[in-house]
Design a protein. Structure first.
Length: 187
C-alpha cells in the first residue's frame, strides 16, 4: 500500500516490506489553464556523492548515467495525460558506493522568457514505484503555493546504513529557467 508523505517524513525503500533493487520515480502535473502556452516542466536527477556535491545530472539533455544506474525516459513538454508525465529509473545495484543521494528536481524550461511559473501548474506530484511490480510505494503531492517559482527540489533518495530512503523536500527555487540554477545548489 502506498504511503502519502508530507515534508519531514521519509520511507525506507530497502525495508523488508519494500526490499527493491530499483525504483521508478514518476513526476506528474496538469496545466492550471493560465496563459495560452503549455508549461514545459522538466524532471531531473542530480546524483551526489557522500559529500552532498553533484557528480552527475540526468535530464532531457543527458538521459543516462554511467552503467545506466539512473535513466531518464523522456520529456513531456505539455503535462497532458493522466499519471506520470516524466519518469526516472534508478537501479540501486548499479550505483557506485560513493553515491550518497539523488536529488529529484523539476524546473520549467525557459520559464523567464515564457513568463511561466509553478503557480500555473496543478496536481503536481512525485511518486516512487517498485520497478519490478509497478506498485506505488510512496507519493508526495506538491501542494504548497509555488507561484512565481520556476524550479522545485521535489525529493531526495539517500543512502543509509539500512539501504535507501525517500524523503519529500518541496523546496521552491525562484529562478530556475535553466537546470543549472538548481544544480549550483549542490556544487
Amino acid at each position: 500500500m502506498a504511503v502519502n508523505l508530507r515534508k519531514g517524513e521519509k520511507v525506507n525503500l530497502s525495508s523488508s516490506s519494500n526490499r527493491v533493487s530499483g525504483v521508478i520515480v514518476g513526476l506528474g502535473w496538469d496545466s492550471a489553464g493560465e496563459g495560452s502556452a503549455s508549461v514545459d516542466c522538466d524532471a531531473s536527477a542530480i546524483i551526489c556523492g557522500a559529500d552532498g556535491k553533484a557528480s552527475d545530472v540526468i535530464y532531457f539533455g543527458k538521459m543516462r548515467s554511467v552503467n545506466d544506474a539512473v535513466v531518464y525516459t523522456g520529456d513531456s513538454q505539455t503535462g497532458e495525460g493522466n499519471g506520470d508525465n516524466e519518469r526516472i529509473y534508478i537501479n540501486f545495484t548499479k550505483l557506485p558506493q560513493n553515491i550518497g543521494k539523488i536529488v529529484i528536481s523539476a524546473n520549467i524550461y525557459d520559464a523567464k522568457a515564457k513568463r511561466q511559473h509553478f503557480g500555473m501548474i496543478n496536481n503536481a506530484f512525485v511518486r516512487v514505484l517498485n520497478w519490478k511490480t509497478g506498485q506505488e510505494m510512496c507519493r508526495f503531492n506538491l501542494t504548497d503555493n509555488y507561484s512565481g517559482m520556476t524550479g522545485i527540489i521535489a525529493a531526495e533518495i539517500f543512502r543509509t546504513a539500512a539501504g535507501w530512503d525517500f524523503a519529500p523536500i518541496g523546496k521552491a527555487v525562484q529562478e530556475a529557467s535553466r537546470l543549472q540554477s538548481i544544480v549550483r545548489l549542490y556544487q
